[in-house]
Design a protein around this ligand. Structure first.
Ligand code: NAD
Length: 412
């Protein structure tokens, strides 16, 4: 059902006391979004990480995110952060769960225990409050929770990018609610709240909202991320071909992308897709395909591993005596390197006995993943005959001849 409706200002007024569980990218950005004063809400943000909560109580962001930092420091918000769980869920109208669902190598799928444990605790304190799952979950998970608990549990896929988490919620690409028919009216109020919280309600082209069953909504999230991973893997594989054949990757990708059906965005080669979500979400979708004929879904995961091995081989072929890794982050100027592809490249190089040094300004330690960390950029540039950079930066200009990167649109 497509509900591209702009709802009136007061159609969410039954949703005023909101609890958000988990103060990471998803939880924190949602909590700030829904705590804006024009919504007349009161949001409580809960996390088991006391340090994170203490930082938030001092209006400091635990994450690098320009909008989150700005809103915490400069805007009025009806937001309280707490690590006390006693009675937390008793008097509230809505609870949003945004705890981690890490990929479990042993079971070959997501570890959803933090989400399940949160639902269990919520239901011990409050038998009926609607619960929104914002964490990414396996396809079919919400229905399993209906069977285990009750059907006052919804799934809303989250589409934010790390580093722009609040921005992406203020200007969402779409708002999707996965809900059973019984809660259709509630879903309308929820969509209204999210629309009013975003900047979209003032735009001429309002954000598209979709209501669908929870299993389909879960599938949207995993298929969307797997498409993005496929696109990255495709251009990376194109780039492997170009590099191996000594062809100009930049020229080929530009020519390919000028077909408007392909387009010129999201096409810059890298050492592999990484980050918290794409690696685990593609693995989970692959697990959901058990028993269903498919090649592509398996190939996405395999292609990324092949790309990382290819990059490591290209580096080894240069026979460097001293390798320096410039930045661990996937994106230029970011400090977030959770599951970054470069970490796997480092491991592969270490397996060949290579000694690697890292320059990463956001690291205070002197060692990381068995590598020495250098904090002085001039020393770093001076002491290595090969500098490996997933993303080019102008501060490497004076050692450009020593840099190995496949950032073909950022290089030089
Ligand atoms: N990061 C993204 O770009 C993104 C985008 C869309 C969806 N998601 C999904 O959202 C979920 C959360 O992702 P994130 O990036 O915000 O994670 P995160 O690791 O940044 O934050 C999770 C937070 O939950 C807290 N936590 C863990 N267990 C808890 C518990 N039992 N009770 C309360 N708090 C608990 C942790 O201390 C942490 O602060 C994951 O399922 C992820 O796949 C993430």
């Amino acid at each position: 059902m497509l509900a591209n409706n702009l709802l009136s200002n007061n159609s969410h007024t039954n949703l005023t006391r909101i609890v958000v569980v988990g103060a990471g990218y998803v939880g924190l950005s949602n909590a700030i979004l829904l705590a804006q004063p024009h919504l007349d809400t009161q949001v409580t943000l809960f996390d088991i990480d006391n340090d994170k909560i203490k930082q938030l109580q001092q209006k400091q962001s635990p994450l690098q995110d320009a909008e989150i930092c700005d809103f915490l420091a400069n805007k009025t918000l009806n937001l309280t952060a707490t690590y006390h769980i006693a009675d937390l869920y008793q008097d509230c109208d809505l609870i949003i769960i945004a705890t981690p669902t890490n990929y479990d190598v042993a079971t070959g799928k997501f570890d959803t225990s933090s989400v399940e444990a949160s639902i269990q605790t919520i239901r011990e304190q409050n038998a009926s409050v609607p619960i929104i799952i914002k964490s990414t979950v396996p396809i079919g998970f919400t229905v399993t929770m209906h069977q285990k608990f009750d059907d006052n549990i919804l799934f809303m896929p989250e589409f934010l990018r790390e580093g722009q988490a609040l921005y992406d919620n203020l200007y969402p690409s779409r708002i999707i609610t996965g809900v059973t028919n019984k809660l259709a009216n509630f879903a309308d109020s929820l969509m209204s709240l999210y629309q009013l919280a975003s900047k979209s309600h003032t735009n001429e082209n309002p954000v598209t909202t979709l209501i669908m069953p929870p299993t389909e909504a879960e599938a949207v999230k995993l298929f969307a991320n797997s498409y993005l991973a496929t696109r990255i893997a495709f251009f990376n594989e194109l780039d492997s071909f170009a590099e191996k054949q000594n062809l100009d990757s930049h020229a080929i990708i530009t020519g390919v992308g000028l077909d408007p059906r392909i387009d010129t965005h999201y096409n810059n080669p890298s050492f592999g897709y990484g980050g918290y979500c794409l690696p685990k979400d593609t693995q989970q979708l692959k697990a959901n395909y058990t028993g269903i004929p498919a090649n592509l879904i398996h190939a996405i995961v395999d292609a990324n591993n092949t790309r990382k091995r290819f990059i490591a081989r290209q580096i080894l072929n240069k026979n460097p005596s001293r390798i320096g890794v410039y930045r661990l982050s996937m994106k230029k100027d970011a400090d977030n390197y959770r599951d970054s592809a470069i970490l796997d490249i480092i491991t592969l190089l270490q397996q060949h006995g290579l000694d690697i040094t890292i320059y990463e300004p956001s690291l205070n330690d002197t060692q990381f993943q068995g590598c020495a960390v250098i904090h002085d950029l001039a020393d770093f540039k001076h002491n290595h005959d090969l500098i490996v950079a997933n993303r080019w930066h102008d501060e490497l200009q004076n050692v450009a001849d020593n840099v190995y990167s496949r950032d073909v649109f950022g290089f030089g």
